[in-house]
Ligand binder design. Structure first.
Ligand code: ARG
Ligand code: ZN
Length: 855
C-alpha cells in the first residue's frame, strides 16, 4: 500500500470546516467521455484557515473567485487556494469521464445511463468541494443532455428540449447529491401526506421493466404512511423519485428526493422474484425512505458517526417490517443474523466499535457492526426508556437538530434530557468493540432460585481493556409442568457480576402450582447483543422449545439443540438429536404455530455458524466434516419426520394466486423447507413436479435448490437458463445457486466454469457477487483442503481490485475467519492474504482490509 494514500483519519482530530456554504449551483454538460461540470459556490468565512476543497480524478479547466481567474494548487486529493476574508463566489469548471468510471463512485454510466453514487466520499470525483457531511447547503442543478430523462434532487424547476433544472431547498451534505440521465420509463403513483400535500411518486426503469415496479411503489406508500403514524414524520418535497440501476456497489442510496437502487432491490414480479426478494425490497425501500429524516434532515457530523443514521434507520426499518409482517419472525431473523454474521465480525480481526475511532477508507466501515449492531443498540435504548419516552426523545432529537450535522452524543443527549437518565455507561455500546459474554449460573435450594450473572468482553484489535456494559437481560421462569410463573422482567446489569434471587416458592404458590425447580428463559427477545453462556440440559431445551412464551427463545432452544447435535457429529462425538427431533415434530404438528415460525424452527444453523461454535469451544473446525454432519442430519430428519413433513408439504401446497404477503410467504417457506428434506427420500420426484408446475419464482427456485442439493437437477437447470437467459436478475440467481449447491470437491470448478459463461459480466457487481462471492458462502467448497478456492477467489479479487476497489475490499471479508481453522488451512489462508497484500498497486480499500486481517 502506498504510504501517501494509506493515511488514517481519527475521530479525535475532528475540526469544523472554516467556511459556510450558502448556496451551490451546478451545471452538467453530459457526455460519456468528457462531461463538463460547472460549479458556483457561495462561501462565507467562519473560522477560516487553509482553504481546501476535495477533488479526485478531476481535470480543472478554470477557476475564479468573484469573477477573477485564480490558479489553485491541485494535488491528488484536492486543491488549495488563497481566498478573501469575506463572503465570496467560487466558480470552477472541471472535466470528467463517466464512461471510464468503473469504480461506480461519483458520476458513472450503467447501460447507457448516467447515474451517481456519492456516499461516502464520491462527490469529490464530480467537482471540487468540501466533501464532508457537516457542510450542508441548498443545491440548484442544471443538466444539459439529449437524453430524455434528466433527474436530480429536490423539486423540478423547469425543463426544455435538452435541459432540465432542479432545486433542492433543504440544506444537505454533498454525499446526498444525485443525478440521473437516461432513456428511462416512469411508473407513477401519488401519496397524500397527512397535512394534505400531494406527492408525485415515480420509479424510473429501463424499457421492459415497467411491470416490475408495483411492489416498490406499494412499499413506498406504506413507508410514508408508517413514518407519519409512528414518528410523526412527513415528506418534504413535491416529488419522490426512485431509479433502478444495474451496476451498483451497494443495495441502495437515500439521495434527497432521488433514491438510487440496485435494480435487484426494486424490481419484482411473482415470476421473477422470490418471497425473500419481496420482503427485502419492502425493507430497503422503507430504509431509504426513512433516511429522509434520520440521515438527511438530521445528518452526521463526520463519517465516524455513520451509525447515527444507519443504526437508527435499520432499527426503524426493522420495526416497519415487524408491523407489516410478523414481529416475532422478524425478530428471530434479526437475532439470527447478528448472532451469526455480526458476531463473526466482532470476534475476528475486523472487529470495530459501532462508532469506530479511526479508519483509512470509510467505505470499509459500512459493516454489519455499524448497521445491525448499531440497530441493536438503538433497540436496547428504546426498550430501556419505554415507548413514550422513546417517542418524546426522537421528537426532541428531530426538533433540536433539524438541518444539522450531529453526533452520537447529541443523539444520547436527547434521551438524557427527556428521561433524566445518565447514559454514560450506555455510551460504551458505541465505543467498545467486541461481543460481551454473558454467563448465567443457577443455584436451587428447593425454594429460592439464585442466578449469578457474569459479563466479560474479550479484547479486540486495539482495545485490550474492556469495561462492563449496561446489559438489559430479559428473564422469565417456567414451571416444569409448562406454565410461566414469572413473566418477562428486565434485569439491568451494570457490574461484572450480579446476583438475582427469585422466591420460587411464592411464585408457584401464586400460580397454584407445586413448588418445583423452574426452567429459566434468559435473554428473551434477544434483549442485548451478547453471547449467552447458559448450561441447560437437552431436556430443558426441548422443554423451552415446546413451552417458552417468548418466540425468540423458543427458536433459540431449538437452535441450541440442533447446534449441539451437529457439532458433536462434526467432531465424531456423541450426538443425540432425539430431543431436537421430538421438539421439532411437536412444533410441526402444532396447528397454532405460524408456518413461517415452523419453517424457521426447521432450519439448521449455517455451516459457518457451526464452524464458529466449534472455534468458540476451542476446536479447529473442519468444514468438510461440518458439511457431512449437516447432510447426515438432514437425512436423519427426513427419515424420522417423513410423515409430518409430507403432511406439512401437502398442507402448504397450491395456495391460490401468488401474493407477496407474510402469510403466503410463510406457507411457501415451509413448503420449500419440507420439499428440500423430502427430496432426500423420493429421488427428486416431488421437486421435479413442483418445478414443472411452478408459476412463481419462489416455487421454481425452491424446487431447483432441492434438486441441486442432492446432486440432481441438470435438466431443470438448463430449462431455467433457457427460459430466463434474457433476465439479468433471474440469471444472477441461476449463477449463484449452482455455486452454492456445488459439492465441496466441485465448487471451485463450477465457479470457474461459470466465469467462462458468456453472461459472466464481471464488472457488474451483482454478477461478480453471484459467482465469486457465493463461492465463499459455500463453506465446505471454499475451505476444501486443496486450497483451490482460496487461489481462485484471490485471483478474482486482484482482478477486480483496480476496477472496483470498493466491491473487492468488501468481498475480502471472506477471509476474516482465517485464524479459526487448523494449521494447514491457516497457513494457506495466511499465504493467500499475504499474496494479496503484496500485490503491486493494491487499492487503499483492499489494502486496509488485508492489513487488518493479517493484524
Ligand atoms: N447509505 C446507504 C444505505 O444505507 C448505503 C451507502 C453505501 N455506500 C458505501 N459507500 N458503502 O442505504
Ligand atoms: Zn442506510
Amino acid at each position: 500500500m502506498n504510504e501517501a494514500i494509506s493515511r488514517k483519519v481519527y475521530l479525535n482530530d475532528y475540526k469544523p470546516f472554516g467556511w459556510e456554504v450558502e448556496q451551490v449551483s451546478l451545471t452538467f454538460r453530459l457526455s460519456p467521455r468528457g462531461t463538463r461540470v460547472l460549479s458556483r459556490i457561495a462561501f462565507r468565512p467562519r473560522e477560516g484557515g487553509r482553504f481546501f476543497l476535495h477533488g479526485e480524478g478531476l481535470r480543472l479547466i478554470s477557476a475564479a473567485i468573484d469573477g477573477r481567474t485564480v490558479t489553485p494548487e491541485v494535488t491528488d486529493e484536492g486543491l488549495t487556494c488563497e481566498v478573501p476574508d469575506r463572503p465570496f463566489l467560487w466558480e470552477a469548471e472541471v472535466e470528467i469521464a463517466p464512461e471510464d468510471n468503473t469504480a461506480l463512485e461519483g458520476l458513472y454510466m450503467s447501460n447507457g445511463m448516467f447515474c451517481t453514487q456519492c456516499e461516502a466520499e464520491g462527490f469529490r470525483r464530480i467537482t471540487f468541494y468540501p466533501d464532508r457531511p457537516d457542510v450542508m447547503a441548498p443545491f440548484r442543478v442544471r443538466i444539459e443532455s439529449d437524453l430524455p430523462v434528466l433527474l436530480s434532487n429536490g423539486d423540478p424547476v423547469a425543463s426544455g428540449k435538452g435541459w432540465a433544472e432542479w432545486h433542492d431547498p433543504w440544506p444537505k451534505p454533498a454525499y446526498l447529491f444525485a443525478l440521473v440521465a437516461g432513456d428511462l420509463r416512469a411508473v407513477r403513483d401519488s401519496f397524500t401526506t397527512r397535512s394534505g400535500r400531494e406527492i408525485d411518486l415515480a420509479v424510473w426503469v429501463r424499457e421492459g421493466d415497467e411491470d416490475r415496479c408495483g411492489w416498490a411503489l406499494e412499499s413506498l406508500k406504506a413507508s410514508m404512511a408508517w413514518d407519519e403514524r409512528e414518528y410523526g414524520r412527513e415528506y418534504d418535497l413535491s416529488v419522490f423519485n426512485i431509479v433502478a440501476v444495474d451496476d451498483f456497489n451497494a443495495g441502495a442510496m437515500e439521495n434527497k428526493g432521488l433514491n438510487i437502487f440496485n435494480s435487484a432491490l426494486v424490481l419484482a414480479s411473482p415470476e421473477t422474484a422470490t418471497d425473500r426478494d419481496f420482503e427485502r425490497i419492502e425493507a430497503v425501500i422503507a430504509h431509504e425512505y426513512f433516511h429522509n429524516w434520520t440521515g438527511n434532515r438530521v445528518t452526521c457530523r463526520d463519517w465516524f458517526q455513520l451509525c447515527l443514521k444507519e443504526g437508527l434507520t435499520v432499527y426503524r426499518d426493522q420495526q416497519f417490517t415487524g408491523d407489516m409482517r410478523s414481529a416475532p419472525v422478524k425478530r428471530i431473523e434479526d437475532a439470527a443474523m447478528i448472532r451469526s454474521r455480526q458476531f463473526r465480525e466482532d470476534n475476528g480481526p475486523l472487529a470495530h466499535p459501532v462508532r469506530p475511532e479511526e479508519f483509512i477508507e470509510i467505505n470499509n466501515f459500512y459493516t454489519i457492526t455499524v448497521y445491525e449492531k448499531g440497530a441493536e443498540v438503538v433497540g436496547m435504548l428504546h426498550r430501556l426508556v419505554g415507548q413514550n419516552a422513546w417517542r418524546a426523545a426522537c421528537d426532541l432529537y428531530f426538533e433540536r437538530h433539524d438541518g444539522q450535522a450531529v453526533t452520537i452524543e447529541d443523539w444520547l443527549a436527547a434521551f438524557r434530557d427527556t428521561t433524566g437518565r445518565n447514559l454514560t455507561q450506555f455510551m460504551r455500546w458505541y465505543s467498545q468493540a467486541g461481543t460481551p459474554r454473558l454467563s448465567v449460573a443457577e443455584d436451587w435450594d428447593g425454594q429460592t432460585l439464585t442466578l449469578t450473572l457474569r459479563q466479560h468482553t474479550p479484547p479486540t484489535p486495539g482495545q485490550q481493556e474492556k469495561a462492563p456494559q449496561l446489559i438489559p437481560v430479559a428473564l422469565g421462569l417456567l414451571h416444569p409442568s409448562g406454565p410461566e410463573i414469572l413473566r418477562t422482567q428486565i434485569v439491568e446489569m451494570t457490574e461484572p457480576e450480579e446476583v438475582v434471587r427469585y422466591d420460587v416458592g411464592a411464585l408457584c404458590k401464586a400460580a397454584g402450582l407445586k413448588t418445583e425447580r423452574p426452567v429459566v428463559s434468559a435473554l428473551r427477545n434477544f434483549s442485548a447483543p451478547v453471547m449467552l453462556e447458559h448450561d441447560q440440559s437437552p431436556k430443558e431445551r426441548a422443554f423451552l422449545l415446546r413451552h417458552d412464551t417468548d418466540p425468540v427463545n423458543r427458536w433459540e432452544a431449538g437452535r441450541a439443540l440442533s447446534r449441539a447435535a451437529l457439532t458433536a457429529m462434526a467432531t465424531g462425538g456423541d450426538a443425540d438429536p432425539q430431543a431436537w427431533l421430538e421438539g421439532l415434530e411437536a412444533a410441526l404438528t402444532d396447528e397454532t404455530l405460524d408456518p413461517a415460525m415452523q419453517s424457521l424452527l426447521l432450519s439448521l444453523p449455517s455451516e459457518d455458524d457451526l464452524a464458529q461454535s466449534l472455534a468458540d469451544a476451542g476446536e479447529a473446525p473442519d468444514p468438510l466434516a461440518i458439511r457431512h454432519a449437516v447432510e447426515a442430519m438432514q437425512d436423519h430428519m427426513a427419515e424420522t419426520l417423513e410423515p409430518v413433513l409430507t403432511r406439512a408439504f401437502e398442507a402448504t401446497a397450491g395456495t391460490g394466486p401468488f401474493r407477496p404477503d407474510a402469510a403466503g410467504a410463510g406457507r411457501r417457506s415451509l413448503h420449500n423447507a419440507c420439499l428440500t428434506l423430502l427430496t432426500r427420500r423420493d429421488e427428486g420426484t416431488r421437486a421435479r413436479e413442483t418445478f414443472a408446475r411452478a408459476d412463481n419464482m419462489t416455487a421454481s427456485l425452491g424446487a431447483l435448490n432441492a434438486l441441486l442439493s442432492v446432486g440432481a437437477g441438470k435438466d431443470e437447470l438448463a430449462a431455467f437458463e433457457a427460459r430466463w437467459q434474457h433476465d439479468r436478475l433471474v440469471m444472477d440467481k441461476w449463477f449463484a445457486l449452482q455455486v452454492m449447491r456445488a459439492s465441496p470437491e466441485q465448487a471451485t470448478e463450477v465457479a470457474e466454469r461459470l466465469t467462462q459463461h458468456p453472461q459472466f459480466a464481471w464488472k457488474t457487481p451483482n454478477r461478480f457477487r453471484s459467482v465469486i462471492g457465493t463461492l465463499a458462502g459455500n463453506a465446505a467448497g471454499f475451505h476444501h483442503p486443496s486450497g483451490a478456492a482460496y487461489d481462485f477467489f484471490a485471483d478474482w479479487l486482484l482482478k477486480l481490485d483496480p476496477v472496483n476497489p470498493q466491491t473487492a475490499a468488501r468481498m475480502s471479508t471472506a477471509f476474516e475467519t482465517w485464524r479459526r481453522y487448523g494449521p494447514e488451512r491457516q497457513a494457506r489462508l495466511r499465504a493467500t492474504l499475504e499474496r494479496i497484500a503484496a500485490s503491486p498497486g493494491l487499492s487503499r480499500d483492499t489494502g486496509e482490509m488485508v492489513a487488518r486481517m493479517l493484524g
